[in-house]
Design a binder for this molecule. Structure first.
Ligand SMILES: Cc1cc2nc3c(=O)[nH]c(=O)nc-3n(C[C@H](O)[C@H](O)[C@H](O)COP(=O)(O)OP(=O)(O)OC[C@H]3O[C@@H](n4cnc5c(N)ncnc54)[C@H](O)[C@@H]3O)c2cc1C
Length: 514
């Protein structure tokens, strides 16, 4: 992909040599626990490794980390220390026509690209998604490669059943921020989203009672599932910009590349940031946006030359959630289409996809539900999420199904657990990096020296709205950075570097936005 490279060649001032070429350091595993020092407001304070084991932090643990350790959860985050001397500083002002690489095609990355295009700035979105863009706006459906079979003993091929469709991460979203409202109003006009007006509320599992939530603020969903919203937004982006005509693929300002996992970025003197992924160069860019919360993010930017950004990425803590996708051979006898479950050690959400997406599966009348675990259950049952053993899948599916029946057994319209329809298909998935447990509480992070920015839901709490607002905000800051140089001009664009994180109140799937 040389489109960005060729653009970068014409970038003029931004492509001149960096003052300090980045220093790449490898393999300093003896200092893994420097994470604790980094989590404190004085990021430069060093913690020396002890000879007998990992270094001890001189600071008390934050409450979330303490709780995680009490639960026996071992942090597998990359804890490589960041090297402050490796900071890249581009000497010349950012080009007026920059090329931006956005690593991550979830809501935040797509909204960042959309806003950049609106401001006349070209970008390339890279995403690992095999089945489509969207990240945690994820849908699986029979008849698509995303859902060939279930897991565990009910793991028959989904295609035999037909008509299955599950949103298996984000379920719906609400809007309170005017920035996001403007976008959603357009989506409503274009028919990309609609209001879900079925009963949604809180289910008190311990009391057997359901309390509906008010209809306002409205809950928005996408008819074909959340991934179809992401895909239609990406499709619109490809049409966006000069030369694009409605209904035609034109030379727009946005390019979307998937499945591509970006594994390395490197500052190249006289050119810009070179990205590498899938065994090849993926172009040269003036600005890099990290639009994902993956554990590889700090590994990508830290050694490359944005250590202050890496420090912030390393502070992030995420919860773990099991998702159960289950199809029943008839309607589940409950008085709701969606419920935040309270008072259950196992479950935090149950939602009826068939009702929400207004799907009717003639002739088999299946009902597709998505059920989420609590964070505590997710942590206690962690396995490698790419290869869930069949016996674990059976155990998780069995326990979550039993907890679902138990949680609803006291609700008014439930005739009793013995009259439940039969589950004919189950599939489980572990979201090992599901939702943030702490946040810096600001829309985005930007290091104007290295021209590396970060957007994502976790910067403001963990919802589609937070992700969208973050992406839009970062795009505007990048636009403002054009033509700027020198400490004085760059100072207002130093965003979120060193901002302390605070723990989030909710550790489970909460009401959105939190
Ligand atoms: C189980 C669950 C239920 C949820 N329910 C709701 C809900 O009902 N309502 C709501 O508002 N929010 C909900 N959320 C939160 C919501 O899904 C997220 O806030 C939002 O989707 C995050 O968007 P994002 O762009 O920040 O990140 P993501 O959606 O995670 O996007 C990041 C993307 O980057 C890609 N990526 C990662 N590393 C690389 C790399 N090196 N190279 C290329 N690509 C890479 C990933 O594959 C991914 O596609 C839920 C989340 C979970 C996990």
């Amino acid at each position: 992909m040389e489109r960005a490279s060729s653009g970068a060649a014409a970038l003029g001032p931004a492509t001149r040599p960096v003052q300090r070429p980045p220093v790449v350091k490898h393999g300093r595993t003896d200092q893994r626990d420097n994470m604790e020092a980094l989590r404190q407001p004085q990021p430069t304070q060093q913690v020396q490794p002890s000879k007998t084991g990992p270094p001890r932090s001189p600071f008390p643990l934050d409450p979330v980390e303490k709780a995680r350790r009490q639960m026996g959860y071992r942090n597998n985050w990359n804890r490589n220390p960041v090297d402050q001397d490796s900071q890249v500083r581009w000497p010349e002002p950012l080009s007026l026509n920059p090329a931006v690489a956005i690593i991550g095609g979830g809501m935040s990355g797509l909204m960042c690209a959309r806003e950049l295009a609106r401001l006349g700035i070209r970008s390339t979105v890279f995403d690992t998604g095999k089945h489509g863009v969207g990240g945690r706006m994820a849908t699986r459906a029979s008849g698509e490669p995303s859902l060939r079979s279930g897991t565990g003993s009910r793991g028959k091929p989904a295609v035999q059943l037909g008509g299955l469709r599950f949103d298996h991460a984000a379920q719906f979203f609400t809007v309170t921020d005017p920035l996001f409202q403007g976008v959603v109003d357009e989506w409503l006009k274009e028919g990309l989203v609609r209001v879900w007006d079925g009963p949604v509320g809180k289910l008190r599992a311990d009391m057997g009672a359901f309390y509906p939530l008010p209809a306002s603020p409205p809950r928005y969903v996408s008819t074909g599932g959340m991934r179809s919203l992401a895909e239609r937004v990406a499709e619109q982006l490809l049409l966006h910009g000069e030369g694009a005509r409605p209904g035609a693929r034109g030379p727009g300002l946005v390019e979307v590349k998937r499945p591509v996992w970006i594994g390395k970025m490197q500052a190249e003197e006289g050119r810009g940031w070179t990205l590498q992924g899938e065994g090849q160069r993926q172009g040269v860019y003036d600005v890099v946006v990290i639009a994902h919360n993956g554990k590889c993010a700090n590994r990508l930017v830290g050694p490359a030359g944005a250590p202050r950004v890496a420090e912030q990425l390393m502070r992030l803590r995420l919860n773990a959630v099991w998702a159960l996708m289950v199809a029943f051979d008839g309607p589940v006898p409950v008085p709701f289409e969606g419920a935040f479950i309270q008072g259950s050690p196992v479950l935090s959400w149950a939602g009826n996809n068939t009702a929400k997406m207004q799907l009717r599966h003639a002739p088999n009348d299946l009902e597709c539900w998505t059920v989420f675990s609590t964070n505590a259950y997710g942590q206690a049952n962690k396995v490698p999420q790419e290869a869930i053993p069949a016996d674990v899948a059976d155990k998780i599916a069995g326990e979550m199904l039993a907890a679902f029946k138990q949680a609803t057994s006291g609700t008014a319209s439930s005739p009793g657990t013995d009259r439940w329809p039969r589950p004919v298909f189950t599939r489980v998935q572990l979201w090992g990096a599901a939702l943030p447990l702490n946040t810096p509480g600001l829309p985005c992070i930007l290091d104007p020296d290295s021209r590396v920015g970060v957007c994502g839901d976790w910067l403001m709490g963990g919802s589609l709205q937070a992700a969208a607002v973050s992406g839009i905000s970062l795009a505007r800051k990048i636009a403002g950075l054009r033509g700027k140089s020198g400490p004085e001009q760059l100072a207002p664009f130093k965003l979120g570097l060193g901002t302390p994180f605070t723990p989030l109140r909710a550790t489970d799937i909460g009401e959105f936005p939190h």
